[in-house]
Write a protein that binds this ligand. Structure first.
Ligand SMILES: [Zn+2]
Ligand SMILES: [Zn+2]
Length: 277
């Protein structure tokens, strides 16, 4: 099982999870051109793609959805609320499938389990994907971590978790107060501090790879998110976890899920490939 992050952040999100001959995109928040370039750079065969799992209707998750689904012939999976809010903007799709939090389904060799998130949109969901041997759980764009999210993070080998902002940088930053309040609310985004507290709970679990996602360019830095995560894992007796920050304009070299890299230093040895955009 492999995961490749094509882009992550408030300007566009997309990643690919693959096992055997099945791949799925999670979100299509970058253009078709960038999606195709990043997949080619990551060595992902577009022929293996079976669908796009959409988390919610914010443009940084769906702005490429129409062209990506049409040009790659992909079924679009999303909650009823997300489909509803997207339909006008996305246009025609090869096929639309409604998914529900708590209702597991299969796409090729992958079992997909959607779970509810707390975010300021219609009906947001995160996804947990398993090939029967390993599991990836993806939770970004959430103001608080609910019980179902926590459960799926706790059983995953690879955790993709939002490290959106540093609280101090956000409070001292230039955003208008109403936006700061929205980001910090229960339906906003997870701060480094909140995300780090979740990591403490995962210390006894199977997590071997942690991808820090949706890192704000205004109110955070990849280094700060990385230092926060590593410090908590160190304190929790898990310095072996491979921690990788996902970036906005660089795709990450695909990571093997369940593969123990021997610690975070693996990130320094093998940084992501530079996006050509
Ligand atoms: Zn987002
Ligand atoms: Zn969002």
């Amino acid at each position: 099982m492999r995961i490749a992050v094509l882009a992550s952040g408030s300007s566009g999100n997309s990643l690919v999870v693959s096992s055997g001959g099945t791949s799925v995109l999670v979100d299509a928040g970058i253009s078709y051109k960038r999606t195709a370039e990043a997949m080619e750079g990551s060595g992902i065969d577009a022929e293996t793609l079976r669908g796009v799992l959409v988390t919610h209707e914010h443009s940084d998750h769906v702005q490429g959805l129409g062209p990506v689904s049409r040009r790659l012939g992909l079924t679009v999976y999303a909650s009823a609320g997300t489909h509803d809010r997207c339909a006008g903007r996305v246009g025609r799709c090869p096929e639309r499938v409604v998914v529900e939090a708590g209702e597991e389904f299969e796409i090729g060799e992958l079992a997909v389990f959607p779970f509810a998130l707390s975010h300021d949109c219609a009906e947001p969901i995160g996804y947990s994907l398993s090939d029967g041997r390993h599991r990836v759980a993806i939770a970004t764009d959430l103001g608080v971590v609910g019980g179902s999210v926590r459960h799926h993070l706790a059983i995953a080998d690879c955790v993709v978790l939002e490290f959106n902002h540093d609280e101090r940088m956000l409070i001292d930053g230039t955003y208008p107060w109403h936006l700061k309040r929205r980001i910090m609310s229960n339906v906003g985004h997870l701060s480094n501090g909140f995300a780090a507290r979740e990591l403490e709970r995962l210390a006894d679990g199977p997590m071997s790879t942690l991808i820090l996602a949706h890192i704000s360019r205004e109110n955070n830095t990849p280094d700060l998110a990385l230092a926060t995560a590593r410090a908590v894992l160190e304190q929790s007796g898990r310095p072996d976890v491979n921690v990788v920050p996902a970036l906005q304009n660089e795709w990450l070299a695909p990571l093997e899920v369940g593969w123990r890299a021997g610690g975070s230093e693996a990130y320094e040895r093998e940084p992501g490939t530079q996006c050509t955009r």
